[in-house]
Design a protein around this ligand. Structure first.
Ligand SMILES: NC(=O)C1=CN([C@@H]2O[C@H](COP(=O)(O)OP(=O)(O)OC[C@H]3O[C@@H](n4cnc5c(N)ncnc54)[C@H](OP(=O)(O)O)[C@@H]3O)[C@@H](O)[C@H]2O)C=CC1
Ligand SMILES: C[C@H]1O[C@H](OP(=O)(O)OP(=O)(O)OC[C@H]2O[C@@H](n3cnc4c(=O)[nH]c(N)nc43)[C@H](O)[C@@H]2O)[C@@H](O)[C@@H](O)C1=O
Length: 311
């Protein structure tokens, strides 16, 4: 990518988009294009067509999506399917029509079958039934992968798909119900510490295992792959290491400095029992993460304290 290349980051205010923005700024890219959802609603076909015709970006990072944790995915099933399909259909199709040099589509580890062997290799896609809580979101993400591949094979578009594991970091969503587990626990332990509450409740049984990648590490990987990866299919982005939700809770408890106990609300869903990424392909491409979980949680907690934001 030339330093003057026109690069559109869709979703630049989000956790991932803002991390990609920071990375591109740091690398000296000076022609970055951004729009908030207030000024460009990516669900709107005409607005997206007009934008691409006027702006004609060279590169696109597609990091805009309807995103949320297990309960949000399970509750707003229609929106997670419909809006994500709208956003990605519009952006990918207009990128083709307007001659975008390269596009990166961000999927998610939830595209893999619920009970796939671990660690999850890229070729396990579409080999079994999905986890039910996030099936609509996963179906949209699978459609995005297939759309990039179809436009590549029919029209020669260099559209690539990357599958991040569970993410956390700066600008995360700390909503008490709709967020992912890590920001939810940072907030809950922090509030319990502030209020002197004796117990913090964790959703589910605590036994599911998850892998976590700091969003700035993800942005490094996206930047690297945007320059070095030009293949159909998908590439996993993760650390290749996971832990149980109970162990995650104990880690967050320690970082926050909460002294009470934890208990479990088993009326809340566990979701997929495990989704550990096989990162062999990524490592063979020449990229590895640098921020380990305890350090990343401390950085995220500092960011939470600074902003104390609720999206
Ligand atoms: N967070 C995670 O754990 C994971 C995320 N991912 C993927 O990474 C990508 C980014 O996620 P993340 O940064 O966490 O999400 P965020 O919710 O933090 O950000 C999403 C961004 O999408 C934009 N957006 C949503 N709807 C629209 C719309 N209708 N029109 C225009 N823009 C819209 C928002 O823009 P605005 O702020 O202007 O409203 C927002 O900035 C997504 O594709 C997600 O699926 C994959 C795996 C894990
Ligand atoms: C990234 C990925 O994220 C989603 O999938 P998920 O991995 O199941 O996401 P989660 O972070 O919400 O939960 C992880 C685990 O943690 C447990 N858990 C405990 N206590 C809280 C809690 O307080 N909040 C949340 N959200 N979960 C909690 C929770 O019960 C579950 O066992 C997808 O829908 C989809 O968006 C996607 O792609």
């Amino acid at each position: 990518m030339d330093k003057n290349a026109k690069i559109y980051i869709a979703g630049h205010r989000g956790m991932v988009g803002s991390a990609i923005h920071r990375k591109l700024n740091k690398e000296g890219f000076n022609n970055i294009v951004t729009r908030t959802s207030d000024t460009l609603d990516l669900r709107d076909q005409q607005q997206v067509a007009d934008f691409f015709e006027q702006v004609k970006p060279d590169y696109v990072f597609l990091a805009a999506a309807k995103v949320g944790g297990i309960v949000a995915n399970n509750t707003y099933r229609a929106e997670f399917l419909y809006e994500n399909l709208q956003i990605q259909n519009n952006v990918i199709h207009q990128s083709y029509l307007n001659g975008v040099t390269k596009l990166m589509f961000l999927g998610s580890s939830c595209i893999y079958p619920k009970l796939a062997p671990q660690p999850l290799k890229e070729d396990y896609l579409l080999t079994g039934p999905l986890e039910i809580t996030n099936e609509p979101y996963a179906i949209a993400k699978i459609a995005g992968i297939k759309m990039c591949d179809a436009y590549r094979s029919q029209y020669g578009c260099n559209f690539i798909s990357v599958m991040p594991t569970n993410l956390y970091g700066y600008n995360d969503n700390y909503h008490p119900e709709n967020s992912h587990v890590l920001p939810a626990l940072i907030r809950r332990f922090h509030e319990a510490k502030e209020q002197g509450a004796p117990t913090v409740t964790i959703w589910g049984t605590g036994s599911p295992k998850r892998e976590f990648l700091f969003a700035d590490d993800l942005a490094e990987a996206c930047f690297y792959l945007m320059q070095n990866y030009n293949e159909p299919g998908l590439v996993n982005i993760g650390t290749g290491e996971d832990l149980s939700i109970k162990d995650l809770a104990l880690l967050v408890k320690e970082v926050v400095g909460y002294q009470g106990t934890i208990d479990f609300d088993t009326s809340k869903p566990d979701g997929t029992p495990r989704k550990l990424m096989d990162v062999t392909k990524l490592h063979n491409q020449g990229w590895k993460h640098t921020i380990e979980l305890p350090e990343g949680i401390a950085l995220a907690y500092q960011d939470f304290l600074k902003k104390n934001l609720v999206k």
